[in-house]
Design a protein around this ligand. Sequence first.
Ligand code: NAD
Ligand code: ZN
Ligand code: ZN
Length: 358
Amino acid sequence: MKALVFHGPGQTSWQNVPDPSVKDAADAIVRVDAVTICGTDLHIVKGDVPEVTPGRILGHEAVGTVVETGGDVRSVRPGDRVLISCISACGRCRFCREGHYGQCRGGGGWVLGHTIDGTQAEYVRVPFADLSVHPLPSALDSHDAVLLADIFPTSYEVGVLNGNVRPGDTVVVVGAGPIGLAAIATAQLYSPGRIIAVDLAASRLAAARDLGADATASADEEPERLVEDLTDGLGADVVIEAVGVPEAFEMCTRMVRPGGHVANIGVHGKPAVLHLEDLWIKDVTITTGLVDTHSTPMLLRMTAAGRLPGAAMVTHRFELDQMEEAYDVFSNAGETGALKVVLGGPQHDTVTVPPQER
Ligand SMILES: NC(=O)c1ccc[n+]([C@@H]2O[C@H](COP(=O)([O-])OP(=O)(O)OC[C@H]3O[C@@H](n4cnc5c(N)ncnc54)[C@H](O)[C@@H]3O)[C@@H](O)[C@H]2O)c1
Ligand SMILES: [Zn+2]
Ligand SMILES: [Zn+2]
């Protein structure tokens, strides 16, 4: 099969690799029907995530069709259309038992496209399939569903829930890439008073306004001043970091009000300075987090009900074998206007499974 292989910082190629096979009785092999690229993949390609070693197939978000399952898999069968979660879960360890799947110690957690081969490929082996894929209702389009593999649960859990967004709050979202935009969309489930988006790219600020931001500011034009003006000098109740660079995190800690929350979502490859000389007296709560995806079933129901923007965030569509072009478009979002890029068709093209196997 073909897959996108990481060869070290700055180097990837769409190339022939061996087909995956069932290695464990809990595995499923899934044919990838729709796949996307995450800001985290850009960090990996930059060299920010050193656990990803040369030879690794990237990607941790996809919708696909199960083609084979190991003997222990109970919840899906060949022919089922599924969402592949960015987080796999053994279901047995202490963290999984508490719904903290991102921290799984039994071989799951964020493994796809990180410590095992991922989804930017024609086929992928998904470990612990019972808890790591979600069967999809036939009415849900693959391009809506694929956004629930990572960005919506991440923004909701690590941004909105960790940030403790409440009715009436002023919420600042720093970084209006897909993650920041999904934070803007899911923060609205809690009726904030006002959402302010900050980014460097005008196209992304425009998208933020389309998705419900009330005010926007460019990161290089002192957005702290706008936040101060809009909050009578107090600062924001909740500031969500959705970039992953030190400047952005440090800006978030300058924008938060006393007693407020800074929820970091960004993947950081370099140290950021924590200005405790300013912060110690402000009673702020700073949270970090890897998504657990415990909210995915709820978000799937909300997307099916039309309550989340879903594929409205997809700006570019490609065939699977246009992976390198899709990376170029996504990584130059300032010029291309890309939000989420999706590869593969929106339609489910049925795999025929003989009745005796079902
Ligand atoms: N914690 C998790 O579980 C988790 C999961 C998925 C993604 N992430 C991370 O979330 C972050 C955002 O992901 P994405 O897919 O939206 O990435 P992205 O690269 O598409 O978006 C980042 C945005 O930040 C903007 N930006 C860059 N520098 C800035 C600055 N100094 N101030 C304000 N904005 C700035 C860029 O213009 C861009 O629009 C990434 O760091 C990604 O790795 C974390
Ligand atoms: Zn991701
Ligand atoms: Zn576990």
